[in-house]
Design a protein around this ligand. Sequence first.
Ligand code: PXG
Length: 456
Amino acid sequence: MTAQSNIYPTAALQATDAAHHLHPFSDMKSLNEEGSRIITGAEGVWLQDSDGKRMMDGMAGLWCVQVGHGRKEIAEAVSRQMEELAYYNTFFKTTHPPAVALSEKLAQLAPDHMNRVFYCSSGSEANDTVFRMVRHYWDQIGQPAKKTIIGRWNGYHGSTLAGTSLGGMKAMHEQGDLPVPGVRHINQPYWFGEGGDLSPEEFGIKVARELETAIDQLGEDTVGAFIAEPIQGAGGVIIPPESYWPEIRRILSERNILFAADEVICGFGRLGTWFGSDYYGLKPDLMPIAKGLTSGYLPMGGVMVSDRVAEGLVDKGGEFYHGYTYSGHPVCAAAALASLDIIEREGLVDRVANDIGPYLRERWLKLNDHPLVGEARMTGLVGALELVPDKTNRHKTFPDTGTVGTICRDISFENGLVMRAVRDSMIISPPLVLSREEADFLIEAVVKTLDETHHA
Ligand code: PXG
Protein backbone atom coordinates (compact mmCIF):
# COMPACT_ATOMS: atom_id res chain seq x y z
CA MET A 1 0.00 0.00 0.00
CA THR A 2 1.34 3.43 -0.82
CA ALA A 3 1.60 5.42 2.38
CA GLN A 4 -0.68 8.36 1.88
CA SER A 5 -0.93 9.33 5.49
CA ASN A 6 -2.54 12.54 6.59
CA ILE A 7 -3.56 13.77 3.18
CA TYR A 8 -7.18 13.33 4.21
CA PRO A 9 -8.87 16.12 6.18
CA THR A 10 -10.20 13.82 8.88
CA ALA A 11 -12.16 16.36 10.90
CA ALA A 12 -13.86 17.87 7.85
CA LEU A 13 -14.85 14.46 6.50
CA GLN A 14 -16.21 13.48 9.90
CA ALA A 15 -18.27 16.66 10.12
CA THR A 16 -19.78 16.15 6.66
CA ASP A 17 -20.40 12.48 7.42
CA ALA A 18 -22.15 13.43 10.66
CA ALA A 19 -24.31 15.96 8.84
CA HIS A 20 -25.53 13.72 6.03
CA HIS A 21 -24.78 10.04 6.49
CA LEU A 22 -27.01 7.71 8.51
CA HIS A 23 -24.92 4.65 9.41
CA PRO A 24 -26.26 1.10 9.77
CA PHE A 25 -26.71 -0.28 13.31
CA SER A 26 -25.39 2.92 14.92
CA ASP A 27 -26.47 5.32 17.62
CA MET A 28 -26.13 8.32 15.36
CA LYS A 29 -26.15 10.86 18.15
CA SER A 30 -23.13 9.43 19.95
CA LEU A 31 -21.37 8.47 16.70
CA ASN A 32 -21.66 12.04 15.43
CA GLU A 33 -20.24 13.36 18.68
CA GLU A 34 -17.32 10.97 18.51
CA GLY A 35 -16.72 11.06 14.74
CA SER A 36 -16.45 8.08 12.39
CA ARG A 37 -13.18 6.34 11.70
CA ILE A 38 -12.38 6.93 8.03
CA ILE A 39 -10.86 4.02 6.16
CA THR A 40 -9.01 5.18 3.09
CA GLY A 41 -7.22 2.13 1.74
CA ALA A 42 -6.55 -1.56 2.24
CA GLU A 43 -4.13 -4.21 1.07
CA GLY A 44 -4.11 -7.89 2.00
CA VAL A 45 -5.24 -8.10 5.64
CA TRP A 46 -4.30 -4.47 6.39
CA LEU A 47 -6.45 -1.35 6.56
CA GLN A 48 -5.31 2.24 6.57
CA ASP A 49 -7.27 5.14 8.02
CA SER A 50 -7.31 8.85 7.22
CA ASP A 51 -4.76 9.58 9.95
CA GLY A 52 -2.33 7.13 8.39
CA LYS A 53 -2.88 4.47 11.06
CA ARG A 54 -2.43 0.90 9.88
CA MET A 55 -4.65 -1.82 11.36
CA MET A 56 -5.16 -5.50 10.78
CA ASP A 57 -8.62 -6.28 9.43
CA GLY A 58 -9.45 -9.07 11.88
CA MET A 59 -13.05 -9.18 10.59
CA ALA A 60 -12.38 -9.43 6.83
CA GLY A 61 -14.48 -6.29 6.43
CA LEU A 62 -17.77 -7.66 7.69
CA TRP A 63 -16.97 -11.39 7.47
CA CYS A 64 -16.61 -11.19 3.70
CA VAL A 65 -13.17 -10.31 2.29
CA GLN A 66 -12.04 -13.95 1.86
CA VAL A 67 -9.22 -13.22 -0.61
CA GLY A 68 -7.93 -10.10 1.17
CA HIS A 69 -8.04 -6.50 0.03
CA GLY A 70 -6.63 -4.95 -3.12
CA ARG A 71 -6.68 -7.95 -5.44
CA LYS A 72 -5.91 -6.63 -8.92
CA GLU A 73 -7.37 -9.74 -10.60
CA ILE A 74 -10.83 -8.78 -9.35
CA ALA A 75 -10.47 -5.12 -10.28
CA GLU A 76 -9.38 -6.12 -13.77
CA ALA A 77 -12.18 -8.65 -14.25
CA VAL A 78 -14.69 -6.03 -13.13
CA SER A 79 -13.22 -3.40 -15.40
CA ARG A 80 -13.26 -5.75 -18.42
CA GLN A 81 -16.86 -6.71 -17.76
CA MET A 82 -17.87 -3.07 -17.31
CA GLU A 83 -16.55 -2.29 -20.75
CA GLU A 84 -18.13 -5.32 -22.37
CA LEU A 85 -21.55 -5.33 -20.74
CA ALA A 86 -21.98 -3.21 -17.62
CA TYR A 87 -25.60 -4.07 -17.14
CA TYR A 88 -28.36 -6.13 -18.52
CA ASN A 89 -31.16 -7.93 -16.69
CA THR A 90 -31.97 -11.62 -16.42
CA PHE A 91 -35.76 -11.20 -16.66
CA PHE A 92 -37.84 -11.73 -19.81
CA LYS A 93 -36.01 -14.68 -21.30
CA THR A 94 -32.49 -13.16 -21.27
CA THR A 95 -29.19 -14.06 -19.66
CA HIS A 96 -25.52 -13.16 -20.17
CA PRO A 97 -22.22 -15.05 -20.12
CA PRO A 98 -21.06 -14.03 -16.59
CA ALA A 99 -24.35 -15.19 -15.01
CA VAL A 100 -24.18 -18.46 -16.95
CA ALA A 101 -20.57 -19.11 -15.97
CA LEU A 102 -21.12 -18.25 -12.31
CA SER A 103 -24.21 -20.46 -12.05
CA GLU A 104 -22.29 -23.41 -13.44
CA LYS A 105 -19.37 -22.71 -11.09
CA LEU A 106 -21.62 -22.48 -8.02
CA ALA A 107 -23.40 -25.71 -8.95
CA GLN A 108 -20.00 -27.37 -9.15
CA LEU A 109 -18.88 -26.04 -5.74
CA ALA A 110 -22.14 -26.61 -3.84
CA PRO A 111 -23.15 -29.99 -2.37
CA ASP A 112 -23.97 -32.49 -5.14
CA HIS A 113 -27.73 -32.23 -4.80
CA MET A 114 -27.71 -28.42 -5.31
CA ASN A 115 -27.48 -27.41 -8.93
CA ARG A 116 -29.35 -24.12 -9.32
CA VAL A 117 -29.05 -20.59 -8.04
CA PHE A 118 -31.37 -17.58 -7.82
CA TYR A 119 -29.49 -14.27 -7.63
CA CYS A 120 -29.92 -11.11 -5.60
CA SER A 121 -27.64 -8.43 -4.18
CA SER A 122 -27.23 -9.25 -0.48
CA GLY A 123 -27.72 -11.80 2.26
CA SER A 124 -30.87 -10.04 3.41
CA GLU A 125 -32.41 -10.28 -0.04
CA ALA A 126 -31.31 -13.90 -0.18
CA ASN A 127 -33.33 -14.61 2.95
CA ASP A 128 -36.33 -12.68 1.65
CA THR A 129 -36.04 -14.96 -1.36
CA VAL A 130 -35.88 -18.00 0.95
CA PHE A 131 -39.06 -16.84 2.69
CA ARG A 132 -40.99 -16.48 -0.56
CA MET A 133 -39.45 -19.57 -2.17
CA VAL A 134 -40.43 -21.85 0.72
CA ARG A 135 -44.07 -20.82 0.45
CA HIS A 136 -44.06 -20.93 -3.33
CA TYR A 137 -42.55 -24.42 -3.30
CA TRP A 138 -45.24 -25.85 -1.03
CA ASP A 139 -47.97 -24.11 -3.06
CA GLN A 140 -46.54 -25.61 -6.21
CA ILE A 141 -46.58 -29.15 -4.89
CA GLY A 142 -50.08 -28.83 -3.50
CA GLN A 143 -49.39 -28.29 0.21
CA PRO A 144 -50.15 -24.58 0.62
CA ALA A 145 -50.76 -24.87 4.37
CA LYS A 146 -47.04 -25.42 5.01
CA LYS A 147 -46.25 -21.76 5.59
CA THR A 148 -44.55 -21.36 8.97
CA ILE A 149 -40.78 -21.02 9.08
CA ILE A 150 -38.87 -21.87 12.24
CA GLY A 151 -35.76 -19.82 13.04
CA ARG A 152 -33.65 -19.48 16.18
CA TRP A 153 -33.31 -16.86 18.86
CA ASN A 154 -30.13 -14.83 18.32
CA GLY A 155 -29.82 -16.10 14.76
CA TYR A 156 -29.06 -13.42 12.16
CA HIS A 157 -30.50 -13.50 8.67
CA GLY A 158 -30.36 -9.84 7.67
CA SER A 159 -32.17 -6.55 8.12
CA THR A 160 -35.08 -6.59 5.69
CA LEU A 161 -38.55 -7.55 6.92
CA ALA A 162 -38.11 -11.25 6.22
CA GLY A 163 -34.46 -11.25 7.31
CA THR A 164 -35.25 -9.57 10.60
CA SER A 165 -38.24 -11.83 11.15
CA LEU A 166 -36.41 -15.08 10.44
CA GLY A 167 -33.55 -13.88 12.61
CA GLY A 168 -33.93 -13.95 16.35
CA MET A 169 -32.51 -10.60 17.41
CA LYS A 170 -35.01 -9.39 19.98
CA ALA A 171 -33.85 -5.76 19.86
CA MET A 172 -34.49 -5.75 16.11
CA HIS A 173 -37.95 -7.32 16.56
CA GLU A 174 -38.89 -4.66 19.08
CA GLN A 175 -38.36 -1.89 16.53
CA GLY A 176 -41.48 -2.20 14.41
CA ASP A 177 -43.57 -5.11 15.61
CA LEU A 178 -41.66 -7.98 14.08
CA PRO A 179 -41.48 -10.85 13.33
CA VAL A 180 -44.08 -10.94 10.58
CA PRO A 181 -46.76 -13.62 11.11
CA GLY A 182 -45.78 -17.18 10.29
CA VAL A 183 -42.36 -17.26 11.96
CA ARG A 184 -41.46 -19.17 15.15
CA HIS A 185 -38.20 -19.26 17.06
CA ILE A 186 -36.50 -21.97 19.07
CA ASN A 187 -33.47 -21.63 21.33
CA GLN A 188 -29.92 -21.46 20.01
CA PRO A 189 -27.17 -24.00 20.79
CA TYR A 190 -25.22 -21.50 22.93
CA TRP A 191 -23.82 -23.75 25.63
CA PHE A 192 -21.48 -21.21 27.26
CA GLY A 193 -24.22 -18.68 27.88
CA GLU A 194 -27.36 -20.79 28.15
CA GLY A 195 -26.31 -24.36 28.86
CA GLY A 196 -26.92 -24.21 32.62
CA ASP A 197 -25.49 -27.25 34.38
CA LEU A 198 -25.82 -29.57 31.40
CA SER A 199 -22.77 -30.85 29.57
CA PRO A 200 -22.31 -29.35 26.09
CA GLU A 201 -23.43 -32.63 24.52
CA GLU A 202 -26.57 -32.90 26.66
CA PHE A 203 -27.40 -29.28 25.95
CA GLY A 204 -26.88 -29.73 22.19
CA ILE A 205 -29.43 -32.57 22.16
CA LYS A 206 -31.87 -30.63 24.33
CA VAL A 207 -31.97 -27.51 22.13
CA ALA A 208 -32.02 -29.56 18.92
CA ARG A 209 -35.12 -31.34 20.20
CA GLU A 210 -36.85 -27.99 20.50
CA LEU A 211 -37.15 -28.21 16.72
CA GLU A 212 -38.99 -31.51 17.02
CA THR A 213 -41.29 -30.12 19.69
CA ALA A 214 -42.01 -26.95 17.68
CA ILE A 215 -42.84 -28.90 14.52
CA ASP A 216 -45.11 -31.25 16.43
CA GLN A 217 -46.85 -28.44 18.31
CA LEU A 218 -47.42 -26.37 15.19
CA GLY A 219 -48.36 -29.48 13.18
CA GLU A 220 -46.02 -30.80 10.52
CA ASP A 221 -48.57 -29.95 7.84
CA THR A 222 -48.27 -26.22 8.68
CA VAL A 223 -44.47 -25.97 8.85
CA GLY A 224 -42.60 -25.07 5.65
CA ALA A 225 -38.99 -24.84 6.74
CA PHE A 226 -36.31 -24.50 9.38
CA ILE A 227 -33.59 -21.90 8.83
CA ALA A 228 -30.25 -21.77 10.65
CA GLU A 229 -26.64 -20.70 10.24
CA PRO A 230 -24.22 -23.68 10.53
CA ILE A 231 -22.27 -21.48 12.98
CA GLN A 232 -24.03 -18.28 14.07
CA GLY A 233 -21.84 -15.32 13.17
CA ALA A 234 -23.38 -12.00 14.21
CA GLY A 235 -24.92 -13.70 17.25
CA GLY A 236 -21.40 -14.16 18.65
CA VAL A 237 -19.74 -17.05 16.80
CA ILE A 238 -21.89 -19.68 18.45
CA ILE A 239 -20.21 -22.99 17.62
CA PRO A 240 -22.78 -25.68 18.43
CA PRO A 241 -21.91 -28.67 20.64
CA GLU A 242 -20.98 -31.72 18.57
CA SER A 243 -24.27 -33.40 19.34
CA TYR A 244 -26.37 -30.58 17.88
CA TRP A 245 -26.28 -30.95 14.08
CA PRO A 246 -26.54 -34.76 14.06
CA GLU A 247 -29.69 -34.50 16.18
CA ILE A 248 -31.14 -31.76 13.94
CA ARG A 249 -30.31 -33.97 10.93
CA ARG A 250 -32.22 -36.85 12.51
CA ILE A 251 -35.25 -34.66 13.18
CA LEU A 252 -35.23 -33.22 9.66
CA SER A 253 -34.98 -36.70 8.15
CA GLU A 254 -38.10 -37.78 10.05
CA ARG A 255 -40.16 -34.66 9.27
CA ASN A 256 -41.20 -33.39 5.88
CA ILE A 257 -40.01 -29.77 6.02
CA LEU A 258 -37.39 -27.86 4.05
CA PHE A 259 -34.06 -26.89 5.58
CA ALA A 260 -32.38 -23.59 4.73
CA ALA A 261 -28.71 -23.41 5.76
CA ASP A 262 -27.77 -19.73 5.86
CA GLU A 263 -24.25 -19.81 4.41
CA VAL A 264 -23.79 -16.04 4.20
CA ILE A 265 -20.89 -16.18 6.68
CA CYS A 266 -19.92 -19.88 6.69
CA GLY A 267 -19.82 -20.19 2.89
CA PHE A 268 -16.73 -19.86 0.68
CA GLY A 269 -14.12 -21.41 2.90
CA ARG A 270 -14.65 -19.78 6.28
CA LEU A 271 -14.81 -23.16 8.08
CA GLY A 272 -12.18 -24.87 5.92
CA THR A 273 -14.81 -26.36 3.63
CA TRP A 274 -16.57 -24.68 0.71
CA PHE A 275 -19.76 -24.43 2.77
CA GLY A 276 -20.64 -24.80 6.44
CA SER A 277 -23.04 -27.52 5.31
CA ASP A 278 -20.06 -29.55 4.09
CA TYR A 279 -18.35 -29.09 7.45
CA TYR A 280 -21.34 -30.45 9.39
CA GLY A 281 -22.58 -32.93 6.78
CA LEU A 282 -25.89 -31.11 6.35
CA LYS A 283 -28.17 -31.61 3.37
CA PRO A 284 -29.92 -28.28 2.88
CA ASP A 285 -32.78 -27.66 0.47
CA LEU A 286 -31.90 -23.97 0.23
CA MET A 287 -28.61 -22.16 0.81
CA PRO A 288 -28.63 -18.37 1.03
CA ILE A 289 -25.18 -17.05 0.07
CA ALA A 290 -23.60 -13.55 -0.16
CA LYS A 291 -20.50 -11.90 1.39
CA GLY A 292 -17.63 -14.28 0.47
CA LEU A 293 -19.25 -14.95 -2.91
CA THR A 294 -17.53 -11.81 -4.26
CA SER A 295 -15.18 -11.36 -1.25
CA GLY A 296 -17.23 -8.20 -0.71
CA TYR A 297 -15.75 -6.48 -3.77
CA LEU A 298 -19.24 -5.94 -5.16
CA PRO A 299 -22.63 -6.65 -3.62
CA MET A 300 -24.05 -9.99 -4.66
CA GLY A 301 -26.11 -12.72 -3.03
CA GLY A 302 -28.10 -15.72 -4.06
CA VAL A 303 -30.00 -18.78 -2.98
CA MET A 304 -28.68 -22.19 -3.98
CA VAL A 305 -31.55 -24.58 -4.61
CA SER A 306 -31.64 -28.37 -4.23
CA ASP A 307 -32.89 -30.70 -6.93
CA ARG A 308 -35.88 -31.46 -4.72
CA VAL A 309 -36.91 -27.79 -4.54
CA ALA A 310 -36.20 -27.39 -8.26
CA GLU A 311 -38.88 -30.00 -8.91
CA GLY A 312 -41.41 -27.59 -7.45
CA LEU A 313 -39.90 -24.42 -8.87
CA VAL A 314 -38.97 -25.67 -12.33
CA ASP A 315 -40.50 -29.01 -13.27
CA LYS A 316 -44.01 -28.12 -12.17
CA GLY A 317 -44.02 -25.09 -14.46
CA GLY A 318 -45.57 -21.73 -13.59
CA GLU A 319 -43.96 -18.38 -12.87
CA PHE A 320 -42.40 -17.42 -9.52
CA TYR A 321 -43.28 -13.74 -9.23
CA HIS A 322 -40.00 -12.74 -7.66
CA GLY A 323 -36.78 -11.07 -8.80
CA TYR A 324 -34.57 -8.02 -8.54
CA THR A 325 -33.30 -5.52 -11.09
CA TYR A 326 -29.78 -6.64 -10.23
CA SER A 327 -30.42 -10.41 -10.11
CA GLY A 328 -27.28 -11.93 -11.63
CA HIS A 329 -25.69 -8.52 -12.34
CA PRO A 330 -22.95 -9.14 -14.94
CA VAL A 331 -20.25 -7.07 -13.22
CA CYS A 332 -20.96 -8.59 -9.80
CA ALA A 333 -20.91 -12.05 -11.39
CA ALA A 334 -17.52 -11.23 -12.95
CA ALA A 335 -16.24 -10.18 -9.51
CA ALA A 336 -17.55 -13.43 -8.01
CA LEU A 337 -15.89 -15.54 -10.70
CA ALA A 338 -12.58 -13.73 -10.19
CA SER A 339 -12.75 -14.14 -6.41
CA LEU A 340 -13.71 -17.83 -6.64
CA ASP A 341 -10.85 -18.31 -9.06
CA ILE A 342 -8.41 -16.88 -6.49
CA ILE A 343 -9.85 -19.08 -3.73
CA GLU A 344 -9.38 -22.15 -5.94
CA ARG A 345 -6.02 -21.22 -7.42
CA GLU A 346 -4.48 -20.37 -4.06
CA GLY A 347 -6.09 -23.35 -2.34
CA LEU A 348 -7.53 -21.09 0.35
CA VAL A 349 -10.18 -23.56 1.53
CA ASP A 350 -7.56 -26.22 2.11
CA ARG A 351 -5.31 -23.63 3.78
CA VAL A 352 -8.03 -22.87 6.31
CA ALA A 353 -8.57 -26.58 6.99
CA ASN A 354 -4.95 -27.70 7.14
CA ASP A 355 -2.58 -24.78 7.53
CA ILE A 356 -3.49 -21.31 8.76
CA GLY A 357 -6.71 -22.49 10.42
CA PRO A 358 -5.08 -25.01 12.80
CA TYR A 359 -2.09 -22.66 13.27
CA LEU A 360 -4.26 -19.78 14.48
CA ARG A 361 -6.62 -22.04 16.41
CA GLU A 362 -3.84 -23.58 18.47
CA ARG A 363 -2.70 -20.10 19.55
CA TRP A 364 -6.24 -18.78 19.96
CA LEU A 365 -7.23 -21.63 22.29
CA LYS A 366 -4.24 -20.79 24.54
CA LEU A 367 -6.03 -17.53 25.31
CA ASN A 368 -8.22 -19.72 27.54
CA ASP A 369 -5.48 -19.20 30.16
CA HIS A 370 -6.03 -15.45 30.33
CA PRO A 371 -7.79 -14.29 33.54
CA LEU A 372 -10.42 -12.37 31.52
CA VAL A 373 -11.33 -15.26 29.20
CA GLY A 374 -14.09 -17.71 30.11
CA GLU A 375 -13.95 -19.58 26.82
CA ALA A 376 -11.89 -19.34 23.64
CA ARG A 377 -13.40 -21.15 20.66
CA MET A 378 -12.55 -21.32 16.97
CA THR A 379 -13.52 -23.34 13.90
CA GLY A 380 -11.81 -22.72 10.58
CA LEU A 381 -10.99 -19.02 10.63
CA VAL A 382 -13.80 -17.77 12.83
CA GLY A 383 -13.44 -17.45 16.57
CA ALA A 384 -14.71 -15.92 19.77
CA LEU A 385 -13.47 -15.11 23.25
CA GLU A 386 -16.01 -14.93 26.06
CA LEU A 387 -14.89 -12.22 28.49
CA VAL A 388 -16.00 -12.92 32.06
CA PRO A 389 -15.57 -11.35 35.50
CA ASP A 390 -14.75 -14.71 37.13
CA LYS A 391 -13.25 -17.43 35.01
CA THR A 392 -14.10 -20.13 37.55
CA ASN A 393 -17.82 -19.44 37.17
CA ARG A 394 -19.34 -19.54 33.69
CA HIS A 395 -22.70 -18.37 35.01
CA LYS A 396 -21.44 -15.01 36.23
CA THR A 397 -21.59 -12.15 33.73
CA PHE A 398 -20.50 -8.52 33.88
CA PRO A 399 -23.21 -6.32 35.44
CA ASP A 400 -23.60 -4.00 32.45
CA THR A 401 -23.57 -6.36 29.45
CA GLY A 402 -21.57 -5.00 26.51
CA THR A 403 -19.51 -2.42 28.36
CA VAL A 404 -16.37 -4.53 28.76
CA GLY A 405 -16.70 -5.79 25.19
CA THR A 406 -16.84 -2.23 23.87
CA ILE A 407 -13.83 -1.17 25.96
CA CYS A 408 -11.89 -4.18 24.71
CA ARG A 409 -12.82 -3.47 21.09
CA ASP A 410 -11.67 0.15 21.38
CA ILE A 411 -8.35 -0.90 22.97
CA SER A 412 -7.90 -3.46 20.21
CA PHE A 413 -8.27 -0.72 17.58
CA GLU A 414 -5.56 1.25 19.35
CA ASN A 415 -3.36 -1.85 19.29
CA GLY A 416 -3.77 -2.13 15.53
CA LEU A 417 -6.33 -4.93 15.32
CA VAL A 418 -9.97 -4.65 14.29
CA MET A 419 -12.03 -7.11 16.34
CA ARG A 420 -15.79 -7.06 16.70
CA ALA A 421 -17.51 -7.12 20.10
CA VAL A 422 -20.76 -9.03 20.54
CA ARG A 423 -22.08 -8.39 24.04
CA ASP A 424 -18.96 -9.18 26.11
CA SER A 425 -17.36 -11.53 23.65
CA MET A 426 -14.68 -10.67 21.11
CA ILE A 427 -14.94 -11.98 17.58
CA ILE A 428 -12.45 -12.51 14.78
CA SER A 429 -13.00 -13.66 11.22
CA PRO A 430 -9.88 -12.65 9.27
CA PRO A 431 -9.31 -12.91 5.51
CA LEU A 432 -8.44 -16.46 4.43
CA VAL A 433 -5.08 -15.24 3.06
CA LEU A 434 -3.79 -14.46 6.59
CA SER A 435 -0.12 -15.49 6.82
CA ARG A 436 1.52 -17.15 9.83
CA GLU A 437 3.40 -13.93 10.66
CA GLU A 438 0.13 -12.04 10.50
CA ALA A 439 -1.51 -14.66 12.72
CA ASP A 440 1.30 -14.11 15.24
CA PHE A 441 0.69 -10.36 15.12
CA LEU A 442 -3.02 -10.98 15.65
CA ILE A 443 -2.43 -13.12 18.74
CA GLU A 444 0.09 -10.65 20.18
CA ALA A 445 -2.35 -7.79 19.68
CA VAL A 446 -5.12 -9.79 21.36
CA VAL A 447 -2.94 -10.64 24.38
CA LYS A 448 -1.92 -7.00 24.79
CA THR A 449 -5.55 -5.94 24.40
CA LEU A 450 -6.79 -8.46 26.96
CA ASP A 451 -4.11 -7.35 29.45
CA GLU A 452 -4.99 -3.69 29.00
CA THR A 453 -8.72 -4.40 29.22
CA HIS A 454 -8.15 -6.42 32.37
CA HIS A 455 -6.39 -3.49 34.00
CA ALA A 456 -8.72 -0.79 32.61
N1 PXG B 1 -27.30 -14.02 6.92
C1 PXG B 1 -26.24 -14.06 7.72
C2 PXG B 1 -25.85 -15.35 8.37
C3 PXG B 1 -25.48 -12.90 7.93
O1 PXG B 1 -24.42 -12.93 8.73
C4 PXG B 1 -27.00 -11.72 6.47
C5 PXG B 1 -27.69 -12.90 6.30
C6 PXG B 1 -27.46 -10.49 5.76
O2 PXG B 1 -26.59 -10.16 4.75
P1 PXG B 1 -26.52 -8.66 4.18
O3 PXG B 1 -25.64 -8.81 2.98
O4 PXG B 1 -27.89 -8.26 3.81
O5 PXG B 1 -25.96 -7.79 5.27
C7 PXG B 1 -25.87 -11.71 7.28
C8 PXG B 1 -25.11 -10.42 7.47
C9 PXG B 1 -22.12 -7.96 12.23
C10 PXG B 1 -22.80 -7.98 10.91
O6 PXG B 1 -21.95 -6.87 12.77
C11 PXG B 1 -23.18 -9.17 10.34
C12 PXG B 1 -23.84 -9.17 9.11
C13 PXG B 1 -24.08 -7.97 8.47
C14 PXG B 1 -23.70 -6.78 9.05
C15 PXG B 1 -23.06 -6.76 10.29
O7 PXG B 1 -21.74 -9.01 12.74
N2 PXG B 1 -24.26 -10.36 8.59
